[in-house]
Design a protein around this ligand. Structure first.
Ligand code: NAP
Length: 302
């Protein structure tokens, strides 16, 4: 039987509708408008397009939003001063510095300058620590992992007591999703195994996963026979494997492949995310959710 396809596009749209209503209510009830600033250094085409997507969504949801474009030769100290201004700006509740930064700027220093209570990407070490502690300590969840959790829950999978295997231990996906799902909390409480390049028998671990989350960045790393029948498979990988001409625009577009062989895996899994259209659309949406949370937190109405 073919798996249920978990559409990140549809679930993200559903969450955005919920956020839109919440923002309208916040405005009407408390006069609060969530404020987001996206800081873009230079003109890297991928970064320009990511930031444009974030700004577009913020506008659609009724946020106060600013895009602050800075030249790629901005000094580290000037960028830090700029962040400090937004840290103090009461209209801004979320500050997003688009990564990667030019080589002459120390990324860690920049992240550490962010007010942790406005760090809606959840990269500041204080927020990473809060995530580890869990419960009410964690104001924000990092966007991609939070999106993965929503995909699992909104597809009707039970995490409590489930065998979860996460392939990959990066700071932005593998480690945080493992931390989120192992918390003693609703929508979590799973038994989590994290595997990586040092793992002895990747296949054996994947085979026992009721929920398999793959974030390795290796096209089709996970073979269909590694999937437990009926499992929920979340494929985070986005790998450019070539280019094709778009039928719509006539222009070249990248060919994307996930870390899982989708066509074959969907005949075994119970549910699976496609690439593209799975985890991808959730990331921006969860950034918006964090900004709404931050606005409420700052107004003391959370
Ligand atoms: P990353 O920092 O490169 O980390 C990859 C992880 O996978 C590492 O922990 C690595 O292990 C592990 N790994 C790589 N090859 C492996 C193998 N053959 N066997 C077992 N483990 C292996 O990558 P990332 O930033 O987490 O991203 C992973 C993928 O997700 C990428 O394709 C990325 O584009 C995608 N992504 C998508 C979104 C989105 O859709 N919004 C967001 C973030 C990332 P070691 O630690 O041992 O090296």
């Amino acid at each position: 039987m073919s798996a249920k396809i978990i559409s990140g596009t549809e679930i993200a749209a559903q969450i955005r509708e919920e956020l839109k209503k919440e923002v309208a209510e916040m405005k009407a009830k408390y006069g609060i408008v969530p404020g987001l600033v996206t800081i873009l250094i230079g003109k890297n085409p991928a970064s320009v397009s990511y930031v444009a997507g974030k700004q577009k969504t913020a506008h659609e949801l009724g946020f106060y939003s600013i895009q602050d474009d800075q030249p790629d030769d901005i000094s580290e100290s000037d960028l830090i001063k700029l962040i400090e201004i937004y840290n103090k700006d009461p209209k801004i509740h979320g500050i997003l510095v688009q990564l990667p930064l030019p080589k002459h700027i120390n990324e860690k220093k920049v992240i550490n300058t962010l007010d942790p209570d406005k760090d809606v990407d959840c990269f500041h070490p204080i927020n990473v620590g809060r995530l580890m502690i869990g419960g009410s300590e964690a104001n924000f969840l990092p966007c991609t992992p939070a999106g993965i959790q929503e995909l699992i829950l909104r597809s009707g999978f039970e995490t409590s007591g489930a065998e979860v295997v996460v392939v990959g231990r990066s700071n932005i996906v593998g480690k945080p999703i493992a931390n989120i799902l192992l918390q003693k909390a609703k929508g979590a409480n799973a038994t989590v195994t994290v595997v990586h390049t040092g793992t002895k028998n990747l296949e054996a671990h994947c085979k026992r996963a009721e929920i398999l989350i793959v974030a390795a960045g290796v096209p089709h790393l996970v073979k269909p026979e590694w999937i437990k029948p009926g499992a929920c498979v979340i494929d985070v990988g986005v790998n450019r494997v070539g280019e094709k001409i778009s039928e719509k625009t006539g222009k070249p577009v990248p060919i994307l492949k996930g870390d899982v062989d989708f066509d074959k895996a969907k005949e075994i899994a119970g549910a699976i995310t496609p690439v593209p259209g799975g985890v991808g659309p959730m990331t921006i949406t969860m950034l918006m959710k964090n900004t709404v949370t931050s606005a409420k937190m700052h107004a003391g109405v959370r």
